[in-house]
Structures are given as structure tokens and as C-alpha cells.
Design a protein around this ligand. Structure first.
Ligand code: COA
Ligand code: AMP
Length: 633
């Protein structure tokens, strides 16, 4: 293949990372210039732009107002579930954020304090995130689909001074009360939060707890706007909890300086977006995609961003995405392949697309889970625009591998998110840390230092950061993904090396679900496996062995297990199926053979592992799955 702008840019980022990122940093407004671009004085904890000071909110809002973009749309809220479309110009959004920051300050929030945000997809949630950034406070957004127990774990780890929440969310046509979940979480948590500010939505208001809860509108009414507080480049901007290998979520930290530089750079280099253009990430602010590409990156770049409170189907039909693209002049859409699988299922011929003017739509970006070639080709055929699969994680905050549209597109190979993005030194390693040959599957690792914007550590847990990510392959960050590179350097992400599964693009720990099942009084042991699903990519399926003497019906036990996961982890886990089995297949050393169970359930070829204790158990599992209709294809 001929050398491209991408090749040159990538080579430069590897040859001289400090020069490369210093040049990118010139595009950001600094209150104080950095002393060092890359500070490696405390390896393996690398920091970018030490000594520098800036404010992320200033760069995302005020800067554009100061430079004449005040009248441009910054944020468009489109909510088919409430029948609302509301646009904020950069000036309006800046003013709303400054006022919200004043409200937070009146509640005692200052630089370095944590503010937990448990809110649906409403503009106030985005305003609250930016208001925290304005004050130098650290936000921690928790996805609305998590239950009280998960919320409580995050409260205890982040120890917020304040919680911002809303009375309810809306899922298609159901009102989901948020307040009982919040009250339950506060009850469960050890850390006692002194104050909550609650946005009362007209669809369902919530009773307020005297002395603790305040009404959002009333509190805001008494606030004065505040200016941006400069913070150190290395100060945390936010903590976002993500699934690890146990039920304890990891508090991934992203800082201010490296994050602003990398995200702004990514908008043009990776996504090919210019200031003034319209970018839509159809995700949720509770996920990293929402943090990076609904809120921070598009605003840092001076784009218009779309906040969509709806689904790809059902709100009201599979034409919802095309309506938004046409109505708001969207130039690029970013979503998860699962959304396209859902649309394709309801509208296989793409008839809804023909009803809308998609002439301004240029590129579709997909991430969050492996993009199956069928979905990629369907989207290409129907939309007639480039469809870009790209790969990244909560920990990196921006893409590790992508077809960088702004650096000249490379040929698309279905099944591959293309090549390493400039700044990322991607390696495919064997158990002994040697480099795998092209085509050979290994553990994908990133040579340190990580690019700016990636996590510098876990919240209050340097040791956990080292243990989880830096010990397996010395000098490298463990992505937790397995895959390979082909002869052309294209990366292929095949599976996780741990027990994380991807359900509708949502990252979940099967270990966490196993903890819930194991706590059921009738359960002796259990395994949870991610089984292939036509729409969601994967869904969790539980396998439980009951204690001796348990005579209750399988249906009763399964119903209780499903309820427990929903109550303790949340509906987002999509845990709906469990099987009571006689035994679980294990190795002679007692390790449950989850991989083999998955292959049987998915209908893939499997062999009896050499280390198995009793091969007959696999026949029992095959029969139990067969009785429930697995494999499904
Ligand atoms: N608050 C409360 N509950 C929520 C929620 C929220 N913010 N988000 C989801 N849930 C609930 C859903 O209502 C559903 O509950 P149910 O079991 O009672 O039906 C459950 O959590 C699972 O939600 P979800 O995985 O979204 O499934 P779905 O069937 O409602 O929708 C898709 C499936 C594919 C349409 C949807 O997941 C989707 O649009 N995904 C792609 C976009 C995306 O968010 N990607 C994330 C990373 S880019
Ligand atoms: P999250 O941290 O929730 O963004 O999930 C990150 C994980 O999702 C990655 O480690 C991968 O396992 C998976 N993932 C994200 N994008 C892709 C992609 N394009 N292809 C394959 N897997 C992906």
C-alpha cells in the first residue's frame, strides 16, 4: 500500500511524541503553559503537560463565545420520548453552565470535590458535567440503567460532596423513577452524602428528603454565574466507573490537560470534523462514548453536538436516526453496531432512510463491541457513506485503532478497526511477552507511555492500576482484549481475555453477576457466560448448581435469580436466562470451563479440553442447553 498522511503522522507520533503532542496542545487555551510535555519522573505513572494550567469548560464553551461562535448551536436536545427538541447556542450553553456552577458552589462544591451525577439524557446532565469542569470539581456520572447497589459502590468509592439526580428517566414509553434507586443507594452506602439536588421532570416528580434534597429549579434560581477556575493539567476532570473482573467497579480517571488536547485533536484527525459541523454520538452520557463524544470532544472542537433521549427503534420507528440526521444536519454519526442490528431487523430494506434527506451525512462510526461484517456491509449498502469501525475503551477515552478519516482514509477491511491511531504503540504479545507474528492471536497491549487523554491511574488506587493493567506485560498497558494484526498492520479485536462481556455495547462483568447468583440461598455454585445474541451481540446466561436437598422448581429459582441481578446490578445487565444444571464442567484443578460452555451455547465447534475433570459433564450441559433451544442458529 502507498504511504499516506496517516503513515507519516503515525510515524511522527512514535518518533517524537513530545513534539507531536506539544504541537497539538497549541490548539488548546492554556492559563499557564506546561513545564514538561511528558513527565516520566515517576514511572510507570506518566503524566502529560505537567506544570500547565487550563480549564476544560473554558475550552469547550467560553473560548468559542470569545472567538465569535456565540450564536452557533452548541447542543441540540432531541427527545422523542417527551416530544421535545431544544437547541442551545454556545452563548446560551455557556451561561447555563456558569449558572449551574454557581449553584454547585452554593452547595459548597469547590475544586477537587467529587460530584456524582445520576441522570437521564437531559440537557441539565450535560450542563452539570460542564459546570463541574468549570469549578475544577470532579464529576462521576453513573448510567441510569444501574441499580441502587451499583450506585452505592460508586458513592463509597468517589465519596461525593453532592449528588445531582432527576425524578425519572423515560425508556421508550415507560417512566423509570430514579429517586427510589437514589434513596436506596444512599441508604446502602457507607459514605453519607450531605446534599442532593433533584431535577423534577414533569413526567413524574419525586418526593424530596427534608434536610438533604433540594429542588433543582429553586436552587438554581438563587445562584450567580461563576467564572472558570484554572486547574492543573494533571488534575482529574472526571471519574468513570467501569466493569472490572469482579463485582467492584474500577474508578477510571481522566485528567484535564492531556484529555482536552487529545480529544480536540481526535475530532479532526480521527473523525474528520471541522468547527461548525454537526456531530452526533448516539450513546448515553453514562458511558465513556457519551463523555468524550457527546460532551467534551465536539464542544472542544466548536461543533454542534446532539443529545438524543431515545432509541434506534421504537421511538417511534426504525427511521428515528434518519429523522435526526436530516432535521439537525448531522455530518457524522457515532453509535454501537447493536443499534444498527436493531434497525436492520425492523427495516431490513432501509425503507425509512429514503424518507429523509441524508445529503449532509458523511460518515458513520461504530464502536463499543466487535462490528460483525454483515452489519458493516448492510450499513455501507444502505447509507452509501464510509462506515468506520474503531476500537477503544473507557480507560483510553478516545480511539486506539481507527481508520483516521481526517488523515486520509485507508481501505476498509470488514472485521478490523484498521490501524493504531497516532499516539498509540499497539503490540500483540504472547504469554512470554514476545511479539506475535502477523495473523497470530495474542494479548493486545499498548507500550507505555499511554497517549495523552488515557487514564493516568485509578481513583485513589495507584496499586490497583498497576496490578490490573501494568503487571501482565512489563512496560505495557494490558487492554484486556485479544486479537491479531495482519500483514498490512490492520488490527483485529477478537475477544476479551477476562470475564468482561459486551451486551448491546455495554461493558459488564460476568464475575459481578456470578457474585449475585452465588449469594442466592439455593445456589451451590454458578457460572455466567456471554452467549451470542442476534441484536445485542452477547447476552449473559447463568448456569447454576443447586445445593443438595433443594427441591424447589427450576422456574421459581430462575425467576428469583433474574430478579436479583436486575435489583442488584440493574436492567442494563439484560440478565434474563438461567439454567439449573447437575454439575459445571471443570478442569482437574477446579477451574470452570466457561469458554467451552460458551462454544456449546453458540453452536461453535468445540473440543473436549485435555484438562477436563469429567467429560460427561459437557454432555449434560449440551443437553440442558438443547432443552432451552440453544444453540439458537
Ligand atoms: N435508565 C433506566 N433503564 C435503562 C436505561 C436507563 N438509562 N437504559 C437502559 N435501561 C433498561 C432498558 O429499559 C432495558 O430494560 P428492560 O429489560 O426492562 O427492557 C434494559 O435496561 C436493557 O437496556 P438496553 O440494553 O438498552 O436494551 P433495549 O432492549 O432497551 O435496547 C438497543 C437495545 C440495541 C436498541 C439499545 O441498547 C441501543 O440503542 N444500544 C446502542 C447505543 C448505545 O447505547 N451504545 C452504548 C455504547 S456506544
Ligand atoms: P468500554 O470500556 O465500555 O468502552 O468497552 C471497551 C471494550 O469494548 C473493549 O475493550 C473491547 O472489548 C470492546 N470494543 C470496543 N470497541 C470495539 C471494536 N471496535 N471492536 C471490538 N471490540 C470493541
Amino acid at each position: 500500500m502507498a504511504k499516506s498522511v496517516y503513515d507519516d503522522t503515525y510515524a511522527q507520533s512514535m518518533r517524537d511524541p513530545e513534539g507531536f503532542w506539544a504541537a497539538a496542545a497549541a490548539d488548546v487555551h492554556w492559563d499557564r503553559r506546561w513545564d514538561r510535555v511528558l513527565d516520566d519522573s515517576r514511572k510507570p505513572f506518566y503524566r502529560w503537560f505537567t506544570g500547565g494550567e487550563l480549564n476544560t469548560c473554558y475550552n469547550a464553551l467560553d473560548l468559542h463565545v470569545d472567538r465569535g461562535r456565540g450564536k452557533q448551536r452548541a447542543l441540540v436536545y432531541d427527545s422523542p420520548v417527551t416530544g421535545t427538541v431544544r437547541a442551545y447556542t454556545y452563548r446560551e450553553l455557556r451561561d447555563a453552565v456558569a449558572l449551574c456552577a454557581g449553584m454547585l458552589r452554593r452547595q459548597g462544591v469547590e475544586k477537587g470535590d467529587r460530584v456524582l451525577i445520576y441522570m437521564p439524557m437531559v440537557p441539565e446532565a450535560v450542563i452539570a458535567m460542564l459546570a463541574c469542569a468549570r469549578l475544577g470539581a470532579i464529576h462521576s456520572v453513573v448510567f441510569g440503567g444501574f441499580a441502587a447497589g451499583e450506585l452505592a459502590k460508586r458513592i463509597d468509592d468517589a465519596r461525593p460532596r453532592l449528588i445531582l439526580s432527576a425524578s425519572c428517566g423515560i425508556e421508550v414509553n415507560r417512566v423509570i423513577p430514579y429517586k427510589p434507586l437514589l434513596d436506596g443507594a444512599i441508604e446502602l452506602a457507607q459514605h453519607k452524602v450531605p446534599r442532593c439536588v433533584i431535577l423534577q421532570r414533569p413526567q413524574q416528580t419525586a418526593p424530596l428528603v427534608r434536610g438533604r434534597d433540594q429542588d433543582w429549579s429553586e436552587t438554581l434560581a438563587g445562584a450567580q454565574p461563576v467564572e472558570c477556575v484554572p486547574v492543573a493539567a494533571t488534575d482529574p476532570l472526571y471519574i468513570l466507573y467501569t466493569s472490572g473482573t469482579t463485582g467492584i467497579p474500577k474508578g477510571v480517571v481522566h485528567d484535564n490537560g492531556g484529555h482536552a488536547v487529545a480529544l480536540k485533536w481526535s475530532m479532526s484527525a480521527v473523525y474528520g470534523m471541522g468547527s461548525g459541523e454537526v456531530f452526533w454520538a448516539a450513546s448515553d452520557i453514562g458511558w465513556v462514548v457519551g463523555h468524550s463524544y457527546i460532551v467534551y470532544a465536539p464542544l472542544l472542537k466548536g461543533c454542534t453536538t446532539i443529545l438524543y433521549e431515545g432509541k434506534p427503534v421504537g421511538t417511534p420507528d426504525p427511521g428515528a436516526f434518519w429523522r435526526l440526521i436530516a432535521e439537525h444536519g448531522v455530518n457524522a454519526l457515532f453509535t454501537a453496531p447493536t443499534a444498527f442490528r436493531a434497525i436492520k431487523k425492523e427495516d431490513p430494506n432501509g425503507t425509512h432512510m429514503a424518507k429523509h434527506d441524508l445529503s449532509r451525512f458523511r460518515t458513520l462510526f461504530l464502536a463499543g463491541e466487535r462490528c460483525d461484517p454483515d452489519t458493516l456491509h448492510w450499513a455501507e449498502d444502505k447509507l452509501r457513506v464510509p462506515v468506520i469501525d474503531h476500537w477503544w475503551q473507557t480507560e483510553t477515552a478516545w480511539p486506539i485503532a481507527a481508520n483516521c478519516v481526517g488523515l486520509g482514509m485507508l481501505p476498509v477491511k470488514a472485521g478490523s478497526p484498521t490501524k493504531a491511531v497516532p499516539g498509540y504503540d499497539v503490540h500483540v504479545l504472547a504469554e512470554d511477552n514476545s511479539e506475535m507474528a502477523a495473523g497470530q492471536i495474542g494479548s493486545i497491549a499498548l507500550r507505555l507511555p499511554l497517549a495523552p487523554g488515557c487514564l493516568p491511574t485509578l481513583w485513589n488506587n495507584d496499586a490497583g492500576y498497576e496490578k490490573s493493567y501494568l503487571t501482565k506485560h512489563p512496560g505495557h498497558y494490558l487492554t484486556g482484549d485479544a486479537g491479531y494484526r495482519d500483514e498490512d498492520g490492520y488490527v483485529y479485536i477478537m475477544s476479551r481475555v477476562d470475564d468482561i462481556i459486551n451486551v448491546a455495547g455495554h461493558r459488564l462483568s460476568t464475575g459481578g453477576m456470578e457474585e449475585v447468583l452465588a449469594a442466592h440461598p439455593d445456589v451451590a455454585e454458578c457460572a455466567v457466560v456471554g452467549v451470542a445474541d442476534e441484536i445485542k451481540g452477547e447476552v449473559p446466561v447463568g448456569f447454576v448448581v443447586t445445593k443438595a436437598g433443594v427441591a424447589r422448581s427450576e422456574a421459581d429459582i430462575v425467576r428469583e435469580l433474574v430478579e436479583r441481578v436486575r435489583e442488584q446490578i440493574g436492567p442494563v445487565a439484560a440478565f434474563k436466562t438461567a439454567l439449573v444444571v447437575q454439575r459445571l464442567p471443570k478442569t482437574r484443578s477446579g477451574k470452570i470451563l466457561r469458554g467451552t460452555i460458551k462454544k456449546i451455547a453458540d453452536g461453535h465447534e468445540w473440543v473436549v479440553p485435555a484438562t477436563i475433570d469429567d467429560p460427561v459433564v459437557l454432555d449434560e450441559i449440551t443437553a440442558a442447553l438443547g432443552a432451552k433451544g440453544y444453540p439458537k442458529r
